[in-house]
Write a protein that binds this ligand. Structure first.
Ligand code: ZN
Ligand code: ZN
Length: 202
């Protein structure tokens, strides 16, 4: 393998190859973009650019240009490094959060794509909650409630009605009424009552 000059070290290519650092070159003034005038400052010294004295250019040592490019390259390398570290941290956190959620509730895996990224806003919120430190059991409970998978606030039905599942008559107090996120209060017969009294309302 042929090792090229790494992005670090020498940094960007030398714009003046072979020329000694003590030589000077002319650069366009960055303050006035080479015009020698600053638009909007006409009231002061006729708008003359004080950075270049109105010439529009700077005489700069090649060595100082090289130093500037090295600083730039170092800053860019540091930024890239920090970004890739943050990316790695995020990926690891996401993987850990996904694994914990799937362990607590295997069907959660269906809400993730092959890369483990959330397919739904609810899955995305659940991952964010876990990463934010909310206990996994709590997050899954909330997730299943929001996806309409489970009902909350179970209590004995106060009025006679029919079971939401099997349509069998349910006498008052013989079944269970619980809240569905989209359908409101639903009553189920004792056989289909979806909630055990301990799973909620501590
Ligand atoms: Zn200038
Ligand atoms: Zn039923």
């Amino acid at each position: 393998m042929n090792e090229q000059n790494p992005a670090r070290g020498e940094g960007s290519r030398d714009p003046y190859p072979g020329r000694p650092g003590h030589e000077r070159v002319t650069e366009t003034c960055g303050k006035c973009s080479g015009t020698g005038r600053l638009v909007g400052f006409e009231a002061i010294d006729n708008g003359r650019c004080w950075s270049c004295g109105g010439t529009g250019t700077h005489s700069v040592l090649i060595s100082s240009i090289r130093a500037r490019l090295r600083r730039q390259a170092r800053r860019e390398a540091e930024t890239a490094q920090a970004q890739s570290e943050a990316q790695l941290r995020l990926t690891t956190e996401l993987e850990q959060a996904s694994a914990a959620l799937i362990e607590a509730h295997p069907p959660f895996a269906d809400a993730l794509d092959e890369q483990g990224l959330p397919l739904t806003a609810l899955a995305s919120a659940a991952l964010a909650d876990v990463r934010g430190g909310v206990p996994v059991a709590e997050v899954i409970q909330d997730y299943r409630w929001r996806t309409g998978e489970i009902l909350i606030n179970p209590r004995p039905n106060r009025y006679p009605t029919r079971c939401h599942e099997c349509r069998a008559p349910v006498l008052a107090g013989e079944g269970q009424t619980a809240e569905h996120i989209h359908h409101g209060w639903l009553t189920h017969c004792s056989k289909h009552a979806p909630i055990t009294p301990t799973s909620n309302e501590r």
